[in-house]
Design a binder for this molecule. Structure first.
Ligand code: SAH
Length: 286
């Protein structure tokens, strides 16, 4: 068994790993709230010689790096690649070969619908040392900020995480009717754009029109918005709700728990229902 460079947990504060010059740290920045960064991500932000970041990395996170550290934008938005993936990988290799400590910051977790694996493999091929720092993915942290647990003993023992389309905006070969049968809770990344066809296919696959759905936009950021709707009503409700991307979709009975667990809403005065699975919540957007 190979164990190298792992932090051993003791009562002492964790000793942080050295960010070696000429290496790349492929690091998750979480969904937006800088408080969701890992200690490794924070230490990398303090030590990096250059930061190459994606569109979904929040300003609050980038602000934690010293102001004079160069920041290079390598984002893709709206399904349209503004930067070619091969170019991004080449840039990382180039910077590492200049002897820099390269912090590659990606929204959420780098290995969850983030093409982190592709970038890491390009580094492997180029012989550039790298490290992966996981992050809080939107499908977990974003839900938590909406007061929706990913699993709950009374509602589901499984969950599917699916992408609505790939990074180029193309429809992936996803069999949505099979997805409908796969797990009681579905978390759909990049799903809003194609929600009309996705919801139609899920219902054709056996999911009920009154099944609860939440669409969480800008999760964990000050402009977070949550639309509580149903599979059957989501398209109508979306047209009246003023949600801006990015947004994550969750379908399933766990959404009802928000009525009791919307801790952010409670901080703003929402009265929490101690028995949310027995009733429907009346708030639609909060
Ligand atoms: N690697 C990222 C996912 C990248 S795919 C992660 O682990 O979270 C991009 C999609 O992630 C967006 O279209 C959206 O569905 C979701 N997403 C990322 N950040 C989000 C946020 N702050 N709020 C809501 N959805 C988010």
């Amino acid at each position: 068994m190979v164990r190298s460079n792992l932090v051993v947990m003791t009562d002492a504060p964790p000793s942080l790993i050295e960010f070696a010059p000429g290496s790349v740290w492929l690091t998750g920045a979480g969904p937006g709230d800088p408080g969701l960064l890992t200690l490794h991500a924070l230490s990398a932000l303090k030590r990096a010689d250059v930061i190459v970041y994606d569109a979904l990395v929040s300003r609050g996170v980038l602000a934690l790096a010293p102001p004079d550290v160069p920041r290079e934008y390598a984002g893709k938005r709206g399904g349209k690649p503004s930067f070619n993936q091969a170019d991004i990988s080449l840039r990382l290799i180039q910077l590492a070969r200049q002897g820099k400590r390269v912090l590659r910051l990606k929204g959420g977790d780098p290995f969850v619908f983030g093409r982190g694996g592709e970038e890491a493999l390009a580094l492997v091929r180029a012989g550039v040392p790298f490290r992966v720092v996981p992050g809080v993915t939107a499908g977990i942290g974003g839900l938590a900020y909406a007061g929706i647990p990913l699993t709950h003993r009374d509602t589901n023992h499984a969950v599917s995480m699916v992408t609505g389309h790939d990074a180029t905006g193309e429809i992936t070969g996803i069999d949505w009717r099979a997805v409908a049968q796969g797990a009681p809770v579905l978390v759909i990344y990049m799903g809003v754009k194609r929600l009309a066809s996705i919801s139609r296919e899920l219902m054709a696959g056996g999911r009920l029109p009154d099944e609860p759905m939440a669409i969480i936009s800008n999760a964990s950021l000050p402009n977070q918005m949550v639309l509580e709707t149903t599979l059957g009503a989501c398209i109508d409700d979306l047209t009246t709700a003023d949600l801006s991307p990015p947004a994550i979709v969750v379908v399933g009975e766990v959404v009802r728990l928000r009525g009791g667990l919307d801790w952010l809403g409670a901080a703003g005065g929402r009265i929490l229902d101690p028995d949310p699975l027995s009733s429907r919540t009346s708030d639609k957007v909060g």
